[in-house]
Design a binder for this molecule. Structure first.
Ligand SMILES: [Zn+2]
Length: 278
């Protein structure tokens, strides 16, 4: 409790809230730019159990934005480096490692073990898989994305709120959205979005009011413009609608074959593309 003294002082946290955080479990999908700050803050704040899933290794081009890793870690599995660092940061948090990628075969087993999922993945197969699995297994999730100097995030599948397919019904076709590797990204952007993901995680775990569900926050950092737009649950949504077409993860299996697994970002340009196409 000494570690958390300053946040226990907060009237809407208190000892009860802190105890609830320590009883909570969160799965972080993808330990890249977004996953790093989310994991660090959740670990520091004393979340009881943190699951980390990613099969990737640390590369030199990751280091300007993936702040758990250093030059000496290049070539090592991200999950192994991250869990070592996080255990040093706060040994009282249980870190559960999954040195693999989330896929349609392991998603059910992994996701069901957690109260909440934070999606920091970088490809559409994984984003839609997280959505469909979380809706099927009734787990709320928070998803963030970054694109150059912009980012967006929202809380999905929370209470009666919308899911990711209510916003983007189907994944974009290959080439419709720019690849992050080509478009570039400023190092601090995932930090900005990631810390807000951590904030919303705490709000959901503690059931605090004004959770970012039913609205999408959009940030343009060059103008330091924060905007949010409302997102309603769609009755005809294939995932969370009244008669959902998606009743298992078979669609994700098909998606794996159709959508190239790359580093797609999806900021404003994708939203604009969608608006133009609908
Ligand atoms: Zn939906």
């Amino acid at each position: 409790m000494n570690l958390y003294k300053r946040q226990v002082l907060l009237s809407n946290i208190g000892k009860t809230g802190q105890a609830r955080l320590q009883e909570s479990s969160v799965l972080i999908v993808g330990m890249g730019g977004l996953g790093c700050p989310v994991a660090q803050y959740l670990c520091a704040m004393g979340i009881g159990r943190l699951g980390l899933i990613d099969g990737d290794v640390v590369e030199a081009s990751n280091l300007h934005r993936q702040i758990l890793y250093g030059v000496n870690d290049i070539g090592q599995k991200k999950i192994n480096v991250a869990s070592r660092r996080l255990k040093k940061q706060n040994p009282f948090v249980c870190i559960e490692k999954y040195v693999t990628y989330l896929n349609h075969e392991n998603a059910e087993d992994v996701i069901k073990k957690y109260d909440l999922v934070v999606d920091g993945s970088d490809n559409f197969y994984c984003r839609y898989l997280v959505n469909d699995a979380c809706v099927l297994f009734k787990v709320p999730f928070i998803s963030g994305a970054i694109d150059q100097f912009e980012g967006q995030l929202s809380v999905y599948n929370y209470g009666d709120g919308p899911c990711y397919r209510c916003l983007y019904p189907v994944p974009p076709l290959p080439g419709q959205v720019q690849n992050c590797e080509r478009a570039g990204v400023l190092g601090v952007m995932p930090g900005i979005i990631g810390t807000i993901l951590a904030m919303e995680t705490v709000k959901v775990l503690l059931r605090l009011p004004e959770i970012l569900s039913g609205q999408v926050l959009q940030i343009e950092a060059l103008r330091m413009l924060f905007q949010s737009f409302r997102l309603k649950r769609r009755k005809e949504c294939s995932s969370c609608g009244e008669q959902p077409a998606i009743s298992n993860l078979q669609v994700s299996k098909e998606l794996a074959a159709q959508v190239s697994v790359g580093s797609h970002c999806q900021g404003r340009r994708y939203r604009v593309l969608l608006q133009l196409s609908t």
